[in-house]
Ligand binder design. Structure first.
Ligand SMILES: Nc1ncnc2c1ncn2[C@@H]1O[C@H](COP(=O)(O)OP(=O)(O)OP(=O)(O)O)[C@@H](O)[C@H]1O
Length: 222
């Protein structure tokens, strides 16, 4: 796939096959095209050239963003609304929403307006909403970049839980430590090009490209 805007190619061509129920971390410097790749894969954007193919039917998917998109209503009502859109019968919505709030440690905040929750609480609410959608594939676009260490830990634990439940993870991150903790494999992008697609152990110990080596050493990649 490629994505071109006003004659400028911002991403691609990216030719890539993702398999297995892995945790794939999408890495690379600012502007590398990580978000574009995630949005194309999730179907929020259409490729200007090329196509995305799912093997078999298109899986159920959810996406968690850097800044959660929450409705101007309570935490509970945000989840109830997601269930309504999802077609869950009315009489089951509140109980299921409360279960999800409990799972993500938010029960005590159910009546609070979602938009006044702290950044970490909002992200947990977004994860609870994703959980309720029962996805087969979960996209997370830099979900921890605005969070403190405790909130980052909560998000990473949730990612591990999703993974343990058999959900395929595609997550972008700048954070090398986070990628080392979570990744089964890494997609490394730079300037709109896919530079490496490799298992995590190889990426961190013996990256093939000079760009990835510089990125891992913490040097500026231009
Ligand atoms: N919808 C769009 N229309 C036009 N340009 C876009 C669009 N989305 C992204 N871009 C541009 O494409 C490039 C890649 O953006 P992208 O958000 O994918 O980068 P990124 O790797 O996620 O960066 P960051 O780490 O800073 O979030 C940037 O130069 C950005 O300005």
């Amino acid at each position: 796939m490629s994505f071109t805007h006003r004659g400028q190619r911002l991403l691609g061509p990216v030719n890539l096959r993702l398999t297995g129920c892995k945790r794939t971390l999408v890495m690379g410097p600012n502007g590398a095209g990580k978000s574009l790749l995630m949005r194309l894969a999730h179907g929020l954007l259409s490729a200007t050239q090329g196509e995305l193919h799912w093997e078999g039917r298109t899986p159920r998917q959810a996406m968690v963003f850097q800044r959660p998109v929450l409705l101007k209503r309570s935490a509970l009502a945000n989840l109830v609304y997601a269930l309504a859109v999802n077609g869950t019968p009315r009489q089951k919505r509140k109980a299921r929403a409360r279960e999800a709030l409990e799972r993500f440690g938010l029960s005590h905040l159910e009546r609070r307006p979602a938009r006044v929750l702290s950044g970490g609480e909002q992200q947990r609410l977004a994860l609870a909403r994703a959980w309720l959608l029962d996805p087969e594939v979960l996209f997370l676009d830099e979900p921890t970049s605005a969070l403190d260490p405790a909130a980052i830990l909560a998000v990473e634990s949730a990612v591990q839980e999703f993974h343990a439940r058999g959900i395929r993870i595609l997550m972008s991150s700048h954070d090398l430590h986070q990628a080392r903790r979570l990744a089964d494999e890494v997609l490394f992008l730079n300037a709109g090009r896919l530079i490496e697609h490799t298992d995590a152990a190889t990426f961190f110990t013996a990256p093939a490209s000079s760009e990835a080596r510089a990125f891992i050493r913490g040097e500026l990649v231009l």
